[in-house]
Design a binder for this molecule. Sequence first.
Ligand code: PLP
Length: 472
Amino acid sequence: MTPDEFRVFGHALVDWIAEYRSNLPKLRVMSDRKPGEIRALLPTQPPSEPEPMESLLADLRRVVLPGMTHWSHPSFFAYFPSNSSLPSVLADLVASGLGAQSMSWQTSPAATELEEVMMDWLRQMVGLPETFTGVLQDTASASTLVALICARERTSRLAQMEQGLQASHPAMTVYASEQAHSSVEKAVRLAGFGLSNLRLIETDSEFALVPQKLEQAISADLDVGKLPSAVVATVGTTATVAVDPVEAIAQIAARHRLWLHVDAAMAGTAMLLPECRRLWQGVEAADSLVFNPHKWMGATFDCSTYFVRDPGHLVQVMSTHPSYLKTGQDAQVKNFRDWGIPLGRRFRALKLWFLIREQGVRALQARIRRDLSNARWLAEQVDASPDWERVAPVLLQTVSLRHRPAGMQDDQLNPHNLALAERVNRSGAAYLTTALVGGRQILRLSIGSETTEREDVQAVWSLLNRQAQVLL
Ligand code: PLP
């Protein structure tokens, strides 16, 4: 494709995306395709001759679009928002157009220095002190893996790095709440701690970690000669957006010299609002912290920010020094390849730069306040309805609820709520997800798609009530 051909098809595709975004409310939210249906529309062998771009554009409509679940739809209430704000979509196009690797300062000085500045803008935007330095990772899962590897190396005094599994010292343990995201369990496995050394600490009635239980678990491990290494505090758990008490956990971590990693993957965006920052009070004591601008904030996936208090330790653990990567500036600059696992890195800072400049902090804050207000409105409706039960406090933008009609036996409630979610999703009018907490099957309405307004929340509430009546 020549640049001139690119111009023609690029314009056509930008028009295509603009039309798609304008038409979103008319589309069903969750794809209704069956497993294998999309594959059956695709040739089993690659084309040996070039095909016209026009047929690719036609296939986007014919094959791809019907097989998509629309995350930017105003009635998307599933998982957590994964906003892909249009300025950041344009920035991603620019990053691909530039086609550069931002692994070292020299391989693209602008990518490195823009990333440094964006990390500092974000640090200020969420009210973190200057003692934190940030780097972009692809996902929170990768950030948490990096955090636990760094914890392991601090506890073992770099012995794991040098001798790996052959290092002989007591087994190291990791602590997180029983509501922590599965990425913590995965990181524990991948970082070599072993699942049997992960302690999932009991939570209270609001699904937040109980500090006394953490203290007890650490003491029990010390009594049998284990080496406590790290604790993960979650600010905004995945099932119900519960918030662990960071300050109390930080005090325990400091007493036992544990690495404190804060997982605020979704809820970090709320900290753009000064009135929400009490939720992570004590965060300045964290050794590392992750939050994902690719969730609620609007930077198109992937864009995860990882903040640390001791970048020197991170670089010591993550860096390698092969001759073919050495550059003349290594002593004066940051080479972000040494701040995480992959060598090659996308130019992700561009999408933050475009998003933050095009919106301005005030507009981003206004959108988050709108979502918080919509969640509070929905919570009020649930509380006022005798047939519905709110299962957790609404601290941010997710409402956890279940239908509990009078006369229904307890053992029927879980299948009833699962069937209700299934009906809503199959209707195509809205999309929500479920979770099992404390044995209860809940519906999660996670509000925060960029286009979701009050009337969309009112509509999903009516839909839930209608479908619940039909089921009964
Ligand atoms: N941590 C929490 C609390 C999450 O809710 C999620 C995903 O929703 C993750 C981590 C994983 O995020 P990622 O997809 O960026 O790995």
